[in-house]
Design a protein around this ligand. Structure first.
Ligand SMILES: [Zn+2]
Length: 94
C-alpha cells in the first residue's frame, strides 16, 4: 500500500493512514478516524491506481487496482489509500 499526498488538503500521517486503511478494509461503510472516531470519515472518490502520481485523476470502480480518497470532516484531513493487489496476477492454477 502506498500513501500518496493529496494536494491542497491536510494529510493523515503514515500511522493514522494505516489505521484508516485497516478500518476501510474491515468495513468500507463505517470508517473510523484515528482521532475523531467513527462517523466522520467520508469516501470522496475512487481513482485509478497510479494516476495520482502523474497528476491525472481518473475515476475508477472500487475493485481490483484502485486508490480510495478519504476525508475526515472532524479533523479536516484527507488520505489517499492505494489498494493495489499484493502480487501480479498469474494463471498457474491449471
Ligand atoms: Zn478525524
Amino acid at each position: 500500500m502506498a500513501h500518496e499526498p493529496v494536494k491542497g488538503l491536510a494529510e493523515f500521517g503514515i500511522a493514522d493512514g494505516m489505521e484508516l486503511a485497516l478500518s476501510y478494509l474491515e468495513d468500507p461503510g463505517d470508517i473510523a478516524c484515528p482521532i475523531c472516531g467513527p462517523g466522520s470519515v467520508e469516501v470522496m472518490a475512487y481513482l485509478e491506481s497510479g494516476h495520482m502520481r502523474s497528476g491525472i485523476l481518473a475515476p475508477a470502480a472500487p475493485e481490483g487496482d484502485y486508490t480510495v480518497v478519504l476525508y475526515c470532516h472532524g479533523c479536516a484531513r484527507a488520505a489517499a489509500l492505494d489498494f493495489s493487489p499484493a502480487g501480479p496476477p498469474d494463471d498457474r492454477e491449471r
